[in-house]
Design a protein around this ligand. Structure first.
Ligand code: ATP
Ligand code: MG
Length: 268
């Protein structure tokens, strides 16, 4: 389990740290006393069943919700984000499951959505399409993504490829922390593999990654740390060396509950 020194391992404060954070929706405690630290070049997987509080935790880290208990620290200093823009300015980028891309627009257009490049001044100012195309291609290649044509509409990409473009975009926009909310949930085995490869690539580039998933088989190959949530509480955070895949799966599934279910559904 995470020791108090984990947050400052290597002498450097974590990129982002939650200390005993809690969040209520009205009277309902969605998250109670959860702590974790995100470090450069490390992937923290957040696992838990439906309603465990995974999205609530990442919404706090990404400035969508404000925590009402505990502390949030960026580079060791306490912060209270008043919106996602502030988190983004602090280098915390979130790729949401519903991606917010425009399917009919080309890949390069989506890549620069909201941060378009232009050239010229005054009335001569126009979009620098050539630069945006070239940069998109180069940034995708840097992540190891080789798409045939950056002019093709995003709608023609597979789910895995779309996730990959969103990850490359966050890296390009200067993210230090990349938060991915269930990027592999709707994907088949091969497409999930594609996304996991880019998660590993982001880590190699030195980003701190928070990867939310239901699936221990997606978490285990890329994770350095595993934070398990259940009903808004932490079941503990484990380092890779402290837990194996079978134990992770058992903790995730709520062990005995699954056994009971298997027994109940047993058709003899
Ligand atoms: N906006 C909201 N208003 C009220 N309750 C909420 C709200 N968002 C989440 N909750 C409740 O908070 C708890 C945690 O929800 P959360 O979305 O964080 O879970 P999750 O682990 O992301 O689940 P899932 O795997 O289904 O995405 C749940 O009981 C949920 O019903
Ligand atoms: Mg969720």
């Amino acid at each position: 389990m995470t020791s108090p020194t984990e947050a400052t391992a290597g002498g450097k404060p974590a990129l982002v740290e939650a200390r005993g954070v809690g969040k209520f929706y009205g009277n309902v405690p969605a998250l109670t006393d959860v702590s974790t630290a995100v470090r450069a070049g490390r992937v923290t997987c957040v696992l838990g069943d439906n309603g465990a509080g995974k999205s609530t935790l990442i919404k706090i880290l990404s400035g969508v919700h404000r925590h009402d208990r505990g502390e949030l620290l960026v580079d060791g200093a306490a912060v209270s984000f008043s919106g996602p823009r502030e988190a983004l300015d602090a280098g915390i980028a979130t790729v949401h499951q519903d991606l917010a891309m425009v399917p009919l627009m080309p890949i390069w257009r989506n890549f620069f959505l909201g941060s378009e490049l232009s050239r010229g001044r005054g009335p001569l100012r126009r979009l620098d399409v050539a630069a945006m195309r070239a940069t998109t291609r180069a940034e995708l290649l840097r992540m190891g993504i080789d798409l045939r044509d950056v002019d093709q509409p995003v709608g023609t990409l597979s789910g895995g490829e779309r996730q990959s473009v969103a990850i490359a975009r966050a890296v390009h926009l200067g993210a230090r922390v990349l938060i991915l909310d269930e990027p592999t949930a709707a994907l088949g085995v091969r497409q999930a593999g594609v996304v996991l490869r880019y998660v590993a690539r982001a880590r190699e580039l030195g980003l701190g990654v928070v990867f939310i998933t239901h699936n221990p088989h997606h978490a285990y190959p890329v994770g350095d740390r595993f934070l398990l949530l259940s009903r808004g509480r932490s079941l503990g955070e484990y380092g890779r060396e402290e837990i194996d895949r079978a134990e992770l799966t058992r903790l995730m599934a709520g062990g005995s509950e699954l056994d009971e279910l298997a027994h109940e559904l047993d058709r003899g």
